[in-house]
Write a protein that binds this ligand. Structure first.
Ligand SMILES: Cc1cc2nc3c(=O)[nH]c(=O)nc-3n(C[C@H](O)[C@H](O)[C@H](O)COP(=O)(O)O)c2cc1C
Length: 117
Protein backbone atom coordinates (compact mmCIF):
# COMPACT_ATOMS: atom_id res chain seq x y z
CA UNK A 1 0.00 0.00 0.00
CA UNK A 2 1.10 3.56 -0.61
CA UNK A 3 2.70 5.24 2.39
CA UNK A 4 0.65 8.40 2.01
CA UNK A 5 -2.86 8.62 0.65
CA UNK A 6 -3.26 11.11 -2.17
CA UNK A 7 -5.61 14.00 -1.74
CA UNK A 8 -8.42 14.15 -4.31
CA UNK A 9 -7.75 16.97 -6.77
CA UNK A 10 -11.37 17.23 -7.95
CA UNK A 11 -10.24 16.57 -11.53
CA UNK A 12 -12.26 13.87 -13.27
CA UNK A 13 -10.60 11.40 -15.64
CA UNK A 14 -12.54 9.47 -18.25
CA UNK A 15 -11.65 6.62 -20.52
CA UNK A 16 -12.90 5.49 -23.90
CA UNK A 17 -16.26 3.85 -24.53
CA UNK A 18 -14.42 1.00 -26.23
CA UNK A 19 -12.04 0.47 -23.31
CA UNK A 20 -12.37 -1.81 -20.28
CA UNK A 21 -10.47 -1.82 -17.04
CA UNK A 22 -9.64 -5.37 -15.99
CA UNK A 23 -8.02 -6.53 -12.77
CA UNK A 24 -7.79 -9.79 -10.91
CA UNK A 25 -7.13 -10.34 -7.24
CA UNK A 26 -6.49 -13.19 -4.89
CA UNK A 27 -9.34 -14.09 -2.48
CA UNK A 28 -8.23 -11.35 -0.09
CA UNK A 29 -8.29 -8.55 -2.67
CA UNK A 30 -4.57 -8.35 -3.42
CA UNK A 31 -4.13 -7.47 -7.09
CA UNK A 32 -2.60 -10.26 -9.17
CA UNK A 33 -3.25 -8.75 -12.62
CA UNK A 34 -4.02 -5.28 -13.97
CA UNK A 35 -4.45 -4.42 -17.63
CA UNK A 36 -2.91 -1.41 -19.35
CA UNK A 37 -6.14 0.60 -19.15
CA UNK A 38 -6.17 0.22 -15.34
CA UNK A 39 -2.53 1.30 -15.12
CA UNK A 40 -3.13 4.36 -17.31
CA UNK A 41 -6.39 5.53 -15.73
CA UNK A 42 -5.26 4.93 -12.14
CA UNK A 43 -1.80 6.39 -12.84
CA UNK A 44 -0.27 3.53 -10.87
CA UNK A 45 2.87 1.81 -12.18
CA UNK A 46 2.44 -1.94 -12.56
CA UNK A 47 4.84 -2.75 -9.71
CA UNK A 48 2.73 -0.63 -7.35
CA UNK A 49 -0.48 -2.37 -8.45
CA UNK A 50 0.33 -6.07 -8.64
CA UNK A 51 0.98 -7.44 -5.16
CA UNK A 52 -0.89 -4.58 -3.48
CA UNK A 53 -4.44 -4.48 -2.05
CA UNK A 54 -7.17 -3.22 -4.36
CA UNK A 55 -8.03 -0.47 -1.88
CA UNK A 56 -5.00 1.37 -3.30
CA UNK A 57 -7.55 3.23 -5.47
CA UNK A 58 -10.22 3.63 -2.80
CA UNK A 59 -11.83 7.07 -2.92
CA UNK A 60 -12.73 8.61 0.48
CA UNK A 61 -16.20 9.53 -0.83
CA UNK A 62 -17.13 5.88 -1.36
CA UNK A 63 -19.41 4.62 1.43
CA UNK A 64 -17.95 1.72 3.41
CA UNK A 65 -21.27 -0.14 3.09
CA UNK A 66 -20.73 -0.60 -0.65
CA UNK A 67 -17.57 -2.60 -0.04
CA UNK A 68 -19.20 -4.63 2.72
CA UNK A 69 -21.94 -5.57 0.25
CA UNK A 70 -19.28 -6.38 -2.35
CA UNK A 71 -17.38 -8.76 -0.07
CA UNK A 72 -20.55 -10.34 1.37
CA UNK A 73 -21.79 -10.98 -2.17
CA UNK A 74 -18.49 -12.50 -3.30
CA UNK A 75 -18.45 -14.72 -0.24
CA UNK A 76 -21.77 -16.13 -1.41
CA UNK A 77 -20.06 -16.91 -4.74
CA UNK A 78 -22.22 -14.35 -6.51
CA UNK A 79 -21.30 -11.48 -8.84
CA UNK A 80 -22.03 -7.83 -8.19
CA UNK A 81 -22.42 -4.68 -10.28
CA UNK A 82 -21.80 -1.31 -8.68
CA UNK A 83 -21.10 2.27 -9.63
CA UNK A 84 -17.80 3.19 -8.02
CA UNK A 85 -15.68 6.32 -7.97
CA UNK A 86 -11.99 5.51 -7.74
CA UNK A 87 -9.03 7.67 -6.80
CA UNK A 88 -6.01 7.72 -9.11
CA UNK A 89 -2.50 8.07 -7.75
CA UNK A 90 -2.30 11.66 -9.03
CA UNK A 91 -5.47 12.71 -7.21
CA UNK A 92 -7.85 12.51 -10.19
CA UNK A 93 -11.04 10.51 -9.80
CA UNK A 94 -12.83 8.30 -12.30
CA UNK A 95 -16.29 6.76 -12.29
CA UNK A 96 -16.86 3.20 -13.41
CA UNK A 97 -19.55 0.60 -13.56
CA UNK A 98 -17.78 -2.26 -11.84
CA UNK A 99 -18.59 -5.91 -12.38
CA UNK A 100 -16.86 -8.01 -9.75
CA UNK A 101 -17.17 -11.74 -9.93
CA UNK A 102 -15.67 -14.80 -8.28
CA UNK A 103 -13.63 -16.75 -10.81
CA UNK A 104 -14.94 -20.17 -10.01
CA UNK A 105 -12.09 -22.10 -11.61
CA UNK A 106 -8.99 -20.44 -10.16
CA UNK A 107 -10.35 -19.36 -6.79
CA UNK A 108 -9.52 -15.70 -7.34
CA UNK A 109 -11.71 -12.67 -7.93
CA UNK A 110 -12.05 -10.68 -11.13
CA UNK A 111 -13.04 -7.14 -11.86
CA UNK A 112 -14.19 -5.62 -15.10
CA UNK A 113 -14.95 -1.92 -15.12
CA UNK A 114 -16.46 0.06 -17.91
CA UNK A 115 -16.80 3.81 -18.19
CA UNK A 116 -19.79 5.57 -16.74
CA UNK A 117 -22.77 5.48 -19.11
C1 LIG B 1 -11.77 -7.99 -7.76
C2 LIG B 1 -11.92 -6.80 -6.85
C3 LIG B 1 -11.95 -5.53 -7.38
C4 LIG B 1 -12.08 -4.40 -6.57
N1 LIG B 1 -12.08 -3.16 -7.14
C5 LIG B 1 -12.14 -2.07 -6.36
C6 LIG B 1 -12.11 -0.77 -6.93
O1 LIG B 1 -12.07 -0.59 -8.14
N2 LIG B 1 -12.12 0.29 -6.09
C7 LIG B 1 -12.21 0.15 -4.74
O2 LIG B 1 -12.22 1.18 -4.04
N3 LIG B 1 -12.29 -1.08 -4.17
C8 LIG B 1 -12.25 -2.17 -4.95
N4 LIG B 1 -12.32 -3.42 -4.38
C9 LIG B 1 -12.58 -3.50 -2.93
C10 LIG B 1 -11.30 -3.36 -2.13
O3 LIG B 1 -10.69 -4.63 -2.02
C11 LIG B 1 -11.61 -2.80 -0.71
O4 LIG B 1 -12.52 -3.65 -0.05
C12 LIG B 1 -12.20 -1.39 -0.76
O5 LIG B 1 -11.37 -0.53 -1.50
C13 LIG B 1 -12.39 -0.80 0.65
O6 LIG B 1 -11.16 -0.69 1.27
P1 LIG B 1 -11.03 -0.76 2.85
O7 LIG B 1 -11.66 -2.06 3.27
O8 LIG B 1 -9.57 -0.71 3.12
O9 LIG B 1 -11.77 0.40 3.38
C14 LIG B 1 -12.20 -4.55 -5.17
C15 LIG B 1 -12.19 -5.85 -4.63
C16 LIG B 1 -12.07 -6.96 -5.46
C17 LIG B 1 -12.07 -8.33 -4.85
Amino acid sequence: MRATRVRPSGIERTFGDHEMIVTKTDPRGVITYANDVFLRVSAIPEHEAVGHPHNVIRHPDMPRAVFKLLWDTLEEQKEIFAYVVNLAADGAHYWVLAHVTPSYDAGGLSLIQISEV
